[in-house]
Design a protein around this ligand. Sequence first.
Ligand SMILES: [Zn+2]
Length: 407
Amino acid sequence: MRLLIFVLLIFGLLPAAAHAQADCGIVNAVDFPVDRSLFQLMQDYAAPSPRHQGRWHTGEDYSAGPGLTLGQPVRAIAVGRVTYASPIGWGRDGGVVIIEHTLPDGSIVYSQYGHMMETDSIRFPGVLACVNAGQVIGAVGDIRPAPHLHFEIRVNQPDTPGPGYTPDVPDTLGWRTPSAFVLNWRVWLGELHRWHVSLPAPLTTAPLIYPDGSVLIASSDNRVRYALPDGRILWRVILDAEPTLLSWSDAGPVVTMADGAAWTLGADGAVIDRRSGAAAANVSVGEGALLLAADGSRYLLTPGNPALLSKGPADAEPLWRVGLPGVRGAVNLSADPTGRALIVSAASGQVLVIRAETGEVCGQMLFYGNGRGLVWHELGADGTLRVALGDQVTGMDWARLTAGCGL
Ligand SMILES: [Zn+2]
């Protein structure tokens, strides 16, 4: 029977690939391939490796520590179709499984799991098989220099185990940051998500929100893009230099660039006015933030060892102090219109809602953030909390995010 199927496949009589893909379903949940309470990130994506002549790492390496990693189960990050599976895919460096995933927007990505082995109870899935999110697809293998999982996300090479390291920046060759994919899609597939825009380059300044909820976004690839309220990009403008500020004028939105030039844009993205100018001074993003609330309360977000302090109306002892574990880099601090909730967003990925009265964290989301670059948020009158972080902007349902806050 197996031989018959093989022969039918060879002669194209079974349209297996196309149908199997449709049958395997659309991604509706995503998670890490290993238990993040046990496994630590040991080598980051795009890190240059001294062991490999300074070439760039195409994935993220995870280990649970000596003696605890070997044989641990590895799970499919999402529903998908297996496009490659071999216990000797990397020779002495272990087995490889590659899974194809179809995202809700129709795009395709591949997750690769390397340095794996089979055990008596854990077998690799077959090529063309459908796998479910969280299904065990292998075990961490016994490889040099110590057992670990190599986890990749990429947009090409469905049936070739990747090289592990590349001579060029992996993003330019089709690889993506694995934890950014997992963390951001976890938010985008969740019930708080209203819309999002994913960009090929990091944002350089706060987006401009139009009255109808559409958004103008500036990024370091010298582009501004106009996104409709549902996140679809309608038009983009190619600039001469990096955009540093978006602002409104009577004539329309104005893009100011690093070389000092300022372009006014029409409703369709046409440049209706160009002014050159002196280069603007660099604006440095502070690490701390001070918020003066309407009732005179002062809230201070301290850098270094991040913590949010409430000082109350008078310059008295703090009424409360809440630690912000994991928060790094630039932060934003604002209050909701009632003044009863504080909103913190951080370049390290956290979005926190804190009860102003007590300091209790009552709502939170986690995006991918490496602690560098811009972070921005704004709570709109339409009940959407918009957050710009890294190379994406997401609109979230404020009422759902703060369901536990008793506002
Ligand atoms: Zn690796």
